[in-house]
Design a protein around this ligand. Structure first.
Ligand SMILES: Nc1ncnc2c1ncn2[C@@H]1O[C@H](COP(=O)(O)OP(=O)(O)O)[C@@H](O)[C@H]1O
Ligand SMILES: O=P(O)(O)OC[C@H]1O[C@](O)(COP(=O)(O)O)[C@@H](O)[C@@H]1O
Ligand SMILES: [Mg+2]
Length: 556
């Protein structure tokens, strides 16, 4: 068994089963990484680790070749050679650690200090004060007996050593992108965590998103100032889209003497955080950059779930209930509820599964069609005959291709470059109305509810509050321990430090081939629309249209 990793190097290799017997001797070995030519989030695969699980196959192949050509030099994490454990040998069990950067990677002489939590009353009773440097969290927990051990992330939590003296910390917090329930709780808990756990009392709030670094004044944050903010929706610090200017931001960080930056935001924000981290590293500044992932859409990769998502699903129930009450009180009532979800239908899917009053859920990941056998119109007709009413839940990103084409709209973008969506709810309402009055000659009662901003603006519920606290405290522990360029989040229910690139390279979407979507289909009994392509092709073959894309629109 062998264990090769090092907090002090950018690249990490682990070919190891971490066992408790090993942790006592901390069998950490490191490879000299100076000659390593590329560093996509510090990942080195074990030699026989199958790269089919990864997007960056090429990288892994190169890493593998590089790794096989390297002389192995055993060291511990303080760079002093250690004796290889007797039961340590290189094993090809496919263990991979995707490590996060550490300040000592580019500031090797940075002094460390004992963690003040050692003396904390709160932690006095905890069996193991500090998270062992060997503790990692597996990305995949459902495995087969002989499958490679796979990707792991560093477990989040307090470390024995910190790389900042409490009275030398000047932290700042910024919130960017769209709103989401729970942002204020995260702000509050970063401030309180820094203050109560580490005695830090110099914390600045950057107002109005990234551009606030260079165009606004800062506000001083103390536990007293943020005491009540978790009871409010929105963000106490305000937010914005666009305005990310890496150099101006880092100039400002430098000018203000900030050495810990906490960045709360979605995929766009995290990409910005990665750039800030890189610039900080380039300038050789002792500045820890910590990202806290935020999105109501739950589309951030790797982490189990984003904060505010549970609150959103819960609040969505109120809109669905209202739609249901309305439509069951009239004849042929059809309720349409639009929920957020730009590219992913998680809110719609979970709200549907939770509600039991929803007859049909439409999400961006599962294309649907309106006319013909197996189409939405046919399904609505059946449900109305059967029950006299029905409720449709619609994610805002669903059917965008239809709406765009029918409105001949041009692509518009917001200040951050995100495509602006058209209102699919209004479009669908009109289509259903037209179909049933003009084609079916049937009177229906349509009620369209768009609760999106009402959902996004509420404070977080109890479970999200707890979750936000964990995120905030993990971020604080990570920054104090000298980690940087990382994002925090739960992976299989354990909080971990994840390289930022890992959460921005892909977006989480509902996998319609997974069992969860099947559960939804089984609960609503809606059409799966899987025949979509076949139907379209059939129509093209029949000569009704020449272009599949046009067909989608002209036939609706
Ligand atoms: N690729 C990127 N590189 C640097 N900054 C970015 C990038 N994408 C977005 N940002 C910045 O991140 C902030 C929030 O991005 P946005 O996409 O609006 O929200 P979210 O972070 O929730 O996805 C904005 O200030 C924007 O300028
Ligand atoms: O109207 P805004 O503020 O641009 O926000 C709308 C978008 O924000 C979202 O809530 C996602 O926001 P983020 O990208 O900031 O996470 C989407 O669901 C929605 O399309
Ligand atoms: Mg986004």
């Amino acid at each position: 068994m062998s264990f090769i990793h090092c907090e002090t190097f950018t690249f990490t290799v682990m070919d190891v089963s971490i066992s408790s017997s090993l942790s006592a001797t901390r069998p950490s070995l490191s490879l000299s990484s100076s000659s390593f030519p590329f560093k996509p989030h510090n990942l080195i695969p074990s030699p026989n680790f199958p790269d089919s699980n990864f997007k960056s196959r090429n990288f892994l192949r190169k890493a593998l070749i590089w790794r096989q050509n390297q002389p192995v030099r055993a060291q511990n994490c303080n760079n002093s050679p250690i004796q290889e454990n007797s039961d340590s040998s290189f094993s090809d069990d496919g263990f991979v650690l995707e490590d996060v950067p550490h300040l000592t990677h580019f500031l090797p002489d940075l002094p460390s200090y004992p963690n003040p939590l050692q003396k904390s009353q709160a932690y006095a009773i905890v069996k193991q004060h500090f998270v062992s440097p060997e503790a990692v969290v597996a990305q995949k927990i459902v495995v087969k007996k002989d499958s490679p051990r796979g990707v792991h992330f560093r477990r989040a939590g307090p470390r024995e050593k910190v790389y900042f003296k409490s009275d030398e910390v000047r932290a700042c917090i910024v919130t960017c992108g769209g709103l989401c329930p729970g942002i204020n709780t995260v702000i509050r808990e970063i401030v309180c965590g820094l203050n109560y756990m580490y005695g830090v009392d110099d914390i600045l709030g950057i107002e109005g998103g990234y551009r606030g670094f260079y165009s606004k004044n800062t506000m001083t944050l103390t536990p007293k100032v943020v005491n009540d903010i978790h009871k409010r929706g929105g963000t106490f610090l305000r937010t914005s889209r666009g305005g990310h200017d890496t150099n101006k931001i880092v100039d400002n960080i430098q000018d203000r003497g900030i050495n810990q930056v906490y960045i709360i935001g979605g995929d766009g924000t995290q990409k910005g955080a990665a750039l800030i981290h890189k610039e900080v590293e380039k300038r050789g500044l002792q500045v820890a950059v910590a990202g806290i992932p935020k999105t109501i859409d739950n589309d951030i990769a790797v982490i189990d779930k984003s904060f505010g998502f549970d609150t959103a699903v819960e609040e969505a129930q109120r809109a669905i209930n209202a739609a249901h009450v309305e439509v069951e009180s009239v004849e042929n009532g059809v309720g349409i509820v639009k929920l957020m979800g730009r590219y992913s239908g998680f809110i719609a899917m979970y709200a549907t599964l939770a509600s039991r009053d929803v007859d049909c859920c439409l999400i961006p990941e599962s294309p649907f069609y309106l006319e013909g056998h197996g189409g939405l119109f046919e399904f609505i007709e059946e449900r109305l005959k059967e029950n006299g009413h029905m409720v449709i839940v619609l994610a805002e990103g669903a059917g965008q291709e239809y709406v765009t084409q029918s409105m001949h709209a041009v692509d518009e973008k917001d200040a951050s470059g995100n495509r602006l969506l058209l209102d699919v709810g209004l479009w669908l309402t009109q289509k259903i109305k037209d179909h049933f009055t003009e084609v079916q000659k049937m009177t229906i009662n349509l009620k369209y509810i768009d609760p999106t901003y009402m959902i996004r603006a509420i404070p977080s519920n109890a479970s999200d509050n707890v979750y936000c606290t964990l995120l905030a405290q993990s971020a604080v522990h990570g920054a104090m321990a000298g980690y940087t360029g990382f994002t925090v989040g739960p992976v299989n229910s354990r909080h971990a430090y994840i390289p930022i690139a890992r959460v921005t390279e892909t977006q989480n979407i509902v996998k319609v081939t997974d069992r969860m979507w099947a559960r939804l289909l089984a609960s609503t009994n809606q059409p799966s629309f899987v025949g979509y392509n076949e139907v379209m092709q059939e129509r093209v073959d029949k000569g009704t249209t020449n272009v599949i894309n046009n067909m989608k629109i002209t036939s609706i």
